[in-house]
Design a binder for this molecule. Structure first.
Ligand SMILES: Nc1nc2c(c(=O)[nH]1)N[C@H]1C(S)=C(S)[C@@H](COP(=O)(O)O)O[C@H]1N2
Ligand SMILES: [Mo]
Length: 163
């Protein structure tokens, strides 16, 4: 009996309504929509530390803005979607300037798309392309070098909505 009570007590104490910790630092990314993990009412809010705990990779590429190849580094978009338990075929991305695009999850996986935090080793800030810049590997895949994928290269990313 005592044993059962202790077990029950342990269960109650360890029960946490949210499966992902709430951010301790300044929120920089809001992920909403069709998710199985939450740390706020309707979605997952990330701070820098949470983002840096994901799968960090780099892509060295030129783009429509930067003609010399430069190294972008940050979490893979795929690892972010896995972390929040995203269930959807597309993501709708909104930037701080209210620019909105939709990207297929299949493209995110196929091209190893990053949510870059750093450019050439420097943290990108909101007055540049930060805090997060969607980076496709243009230099490695000629089929990406067209207006569609350039237009999907959102900077100043604020929200990801899984649909
Ligand atoms: N946040 C944000 N990202 C954005 C845009 C924008 O207006 N806001 N424009 C997009 C479009 S339509 C293109 S073609 C590319 C290139 O923009 P640029 O040629 O003006 O640098 O950035 C994309 N990323
Ligand atoms: Mo564009």
């Amino acid at each position: 009996m005592i044993h059962r009570l202790i077990t029950l007590f342990a269960l109650v104490v360890s029960f946490n309504a949210y499966s992902i910790p709430t951010p301790q630092g300044e929120p920089i990314l809001w992920v909403n929509g069709n998710l199985s993990q939450l740390n706020t009412g309707g979605g997952v809010v990330f701070d820098e530390q949470m983002l840096q705990s994901l799968d960090i990779q780099s892509i060295t590429t030129s783009n429509h803005v930067v003609s010399q190849a430069v190294e972008y580094r940050g979490p893979t978009f795929k690892s972010l979607l896995d972390y929040v338990g995203a269930k959807g075929t597309h993501v709708r991305i909104t930037a701080w300037d209210d620019y909105v695009v939709r990207i297929a999850v299949s493209d995110i996986e196929k091209y190893g798309v990053l949510l870059a935090t750093h450019e050439a080793g420097n943290k990108m800030t909101l007055d540049d392309k930060g805090p997060l810049f969607v980076v496709f590997p243009f230099s490695d895949y000629p089929e990406l070098r067209n207006d569609l994928y350039y237009s999907l290269s959102v900077w100043q990313v604020k929200e990801v909505f899984v649909e």
